[in-house]
Design a binder for this molecule. Sequence first.
Ligand code: NAD
Length: 347
Amino acid sequence: MKKILITGGAGFIGSHVVRLFVNNYPEYHIYNLDLLTYAGNLENLKDIEDKENYTFLKGDITDEAYINSIFEEHQFEGVIHLAAESHVDRSITDPLAFAKTNILGTMVLLNAFKNLWKDNWENKRFYHVSTDEVYGTLGEAGLFKETTPYDPNSPYSASKASSDHFVRAYGETYGMSYVITNCSNNYGQNQFPEKLIPLFINNILTDKPLPVYGDGNYTRDWLYVVDHARAIDLVFHKGLNYETYNIGGFNEWKNIDLIKVLCEQMDQKLGRSNGTAEKLITYVKDRPGHDLRYAIDASKINKELGWEPSVTFEQGLSITIDWFLNNKEWLENVTSGNYQKYYELQY
Ligand code: NAD
């Protein structure tokens, strides 16, 4: 049975990737390695935790001795690396934590993989899941392509850019088989409520202000998380070695327009009169170094691998809101820290 290591599988995107691989590939054994930081939550994987082809490993990707030991023990043939510190605002207050996890942690994994397979790279693959934020910011026009020069502006994006470079360097220097994808903003079930969409859903439910940075004209491309997981599956199996693929929804929104659609859907679903949620919008001081606009050209993955999003933004948003409304306990647990305490006792 082929053994695949997925890192960060208890996090938002990782949990969707783990579920897809465990359910769709019974011929693989999936090892989910996660440190269970504030962002990791095994509740996200309740439905698959008893499957025979799934094992959870609690550990730190920066712990070299531990990482080397699990690579030796399990002989992973594939690595899908998602574990990271992922929140831009937190990177502004604690940049070193981002350098440690995102750069050093990635290097520790690369090194363990290299030492395990040396120059025998046939049917092996290191897949690095990265972000479009490595490209910096766009003006009013243009799209990020795979060939756009890196120009990161936040400690988060600088740490992800650096880890992308190390992955490429291991390919060039040691011949390691790798693929990298750079994806736009994700949203969907299980997203931690510090990110825009779940934060605003939670604030509307609890009647708190909706903080909008600057003038609200910052523009992002949004992708439903299940479509990101489908793209990762496709690239892991069909992508070419040493290639980068951009993943995006062809779905640009100015923050303020997106927030208005979200408010409208929330009012409808909660049976409130139109305009109730919008009254909570509050403009706040801008984030330092805030990138104006991100937009992805996803035509390479579309043309070469046949990937496209399966839902429109309005559909994905509606599914996401319904999930949060039906899982208020999940939201209460993660916002109160209850689940952290519970899992500290379990592992
Ligand atoms: P997340 O913060 O929800 O999850 C990260 C996971 O990594 C958590 O489960 C956490 O416990 C784990 N982790 C953190 N430090 C660790 C360590 N030292 N050792 C082991 N595990 C550790 O993040 P996410 O939003 O799911 O993002 C996953 C990946 O996708 C990240 O690499 C991120 O850069 C990338 N990405 C995210 C987005 C997005 O919109 N969220 C877009 C593009 C790319």
